[in-house]
Design a binder for this molecule. Structure first.
Ligand code: CTP
Length: 224
């Protein structure tokens, strides 16, 4: 198989990608989750593997098949994803495409929480999870390119650039969630990608095509 000249720029590069949701356990039968399908992250990982990159895909709980030519590490919680991603450093590129839970129950009940007669409310104490993306970007073994995602409905550029700066990222891909047929659970998506002195609109397009467009941009920025 031969690669387009542009595609060859990622050959041999070590790329760590996190994808999917995280599930935060409440008790042995319940959890807090979100609706991320993992499709975007899996598409990026598959496209990077096709370009002969050395790809590690850290996957939250999803039902997607493992793309060819990469190593997959399955995790469940935000804490597990954090540990699994850090264990894969050093790397050339990190793409944080997972919808990581921002909060997790302070403690997991050891047995199933039962209803109590006459009690109509239940309070769950949640604590912040570690921001994996910000942690990777501040790490002693920081990848040369750290790429984040943001789901924004309005003030897309302002909020996305805020995260770019705050988390010290090189690129941020904002899901244009307001657009019909884009975002969570959809096969199509549209991204607005920002970096310090530039921006590019990608899509709307099928997530597989969008993954390739994002990798073109990643390869460009990696060699800028
Ligand atoms: N992220 C992470 N670790 C977390 C939370 C988020 O690595 N504990 C990453 C996600 O993988 C994603 C980006 O951070 O790349 C999303 O940033 P976040 O600040 O969570 O943005 P939103 O989800 O858009 O949330 P909000 O706008 O509410 O801040």
């Amino acid at each position: 198989m031969s690669l387009r000249r542009e595609d060859a720029r990622l050959a041999g590069q070590r790329i760590v990608i996190s994808a999917g949701p995280t599930f935060e356990d409440i008790d042995p039968v319940r959890f807090i989750g979100n609706r991320s399908s993992g499709k975007m992250g899996f598409a990026i990982a598959a496209a990077a593997a096709r370009r002969a990159a050395d790809v590690v895909l850290v996957a939250g709980p999803v039902t997607l098949p493992t793309p060819m030519g990469l190593r997959r590490v399955d995790v469940r919680s935000a804490a597990q994803m954090h540990a699994a991603v850090l264990a894969e450093l050093p790397a050339d590129v990190y793409v944080g495409a997972a919808a990581v839970a921002d909060f997790t129950p302070q403690r997991v009940a050891p047995s199933k929480i039962k209803k109590q007669a006459g009690v109509d409310t239940l309070t769950l104490e949640l604590v912040r999870t570690t921001d994996i993306l910000a942690d990777v970007a501040a790490h002693a073994q920081r990848p040369r390119l750290v790429v984040g995602f943001a789901a924004e409905t309005d003030h897309v550029e302002q909020y996305a650039r805020g995260k770019l700066e705050k988390k010290k990222l090189d690129l941020i891909a904002a899901n244009r969630v307001g657009i019909a047929g884009s975002g969570f659970e959809s096969d199509d998506n549209a991204l607005m990608v920002y970096w310090r002195d530039g921006e590019r609109a990608l899509g709307p397009a099928p997530k597989t095509q969008l993954a390739d467009a994002l990798l073109d941009l990643i390869a460009e920025r990696l060699h800028a």
